[in-house]
Design a protein around this ligand. Structure first.
Ligand code: ZN
Length: 239
């Protein structure tokens, strides 16, 4: 991973100004800061002032910093969504996670790295929420503002989305090759011993072949194998 993920949370005492509503996030909204400050400074500034301006995450060439939990709204889309807005729950301010990409004012290499970090981070978020690429919006989609300005002026929004999609595919692939398969992994020795005992008893009762226990001991039994064995053991032990 090219970036460090950090959390520098907005104090709850400022929720009433900057994150007043609980939220079920449905979209990710991408912004450019139109500034040349690093993520830590952007976040400090956002947390420090008392304006109704806020966002969840800032990304630069080194860090991804989250400031607002994803179950609270933030004011970053300029599309209303306050208490007098009858369509509040269709507004980006109320249903989207705001992500600011830093260094967009001058651009250059550090902006390029920040943007790539955003691509990687957004792909992870999408996966975490079980979402597809259609959940990624630009600020402009909500209220027409020309943001993320650098991606728009360089006419790269579609390629930005394609990079996120590709990153999602790559991440899937990396996970598969890292783990290689879905062999059973235990973080807890007690659980591992209990599963082994369960299989051993089934072998002793001749409900399953001993090759399954041998696979378990060799670390090659998969989660899928085990689920199948559970069904077989259940069926045969009820006979
Ligand atoms: Zn914006």
């Amino acid at each position: 991973m090219a970036y460090t993920f950090k959390q520098t949370f907005l104090p709850a005492s400022k929720y009433s100004i900057k994150a007043p509503y609980i939220m079920v996030p449905q979209y990710i909204t991408v912004h450019n800061t139109a500034n040349d400050a690093p993520a830590a400074n952007e976040i400090d500034y956002m947390i420090g002032n008392n304006n109704q301006v806020s966002y969840h995450v800032a990304v630069d060439d080194k860090e991804v910093i989250q400031a607002i939990p994803f179950n609270r709204n933030a004011w970053h889309c300029g599309d209303g969504g306050g208490s007098t807005d009858s369509n509040a729950l269709k507004k980006g301010n109320r249903i989207s996670i705001g992500i600011e990409i830093c260094y967009s004012k001058s651009g250059g290499v550090r902006y390029g790295v920040a943007e790539e970090n955003a691509v990687q981070y957004i792909s992870k978020l999408l996966k975490q929420f079980g979402w597809g690429i259609e959940r990624v919006k630009k600020h402009q989609d909500w209220n027409g503002k020309y943001c993320p300005h650098r991606i728009l002026v360089e006419n790269r929004w579609d390629s930005f989305l394609k990079r996120i999609s590709r990153a999602m595919t790559m991440n899937n692939h990396n996970e598969l090759t890292e783990k290689d398969d879905d062999t059973m992994r235990f973080t807890n020795e007690t659980l591992k011993a209990a599963v082994r005992d369960y299989l051993k008893q089934a072998v002793d009762k001749k409900l399953i072949d001993k090759s399954h226990l041998e696979k378990f001991d060799a670390g090659t039994l998969t989660d899928g194998d085990f689920k199948g064995l559970e069904i077989i053991i259940d069926q045969r032990s009820n006979k």
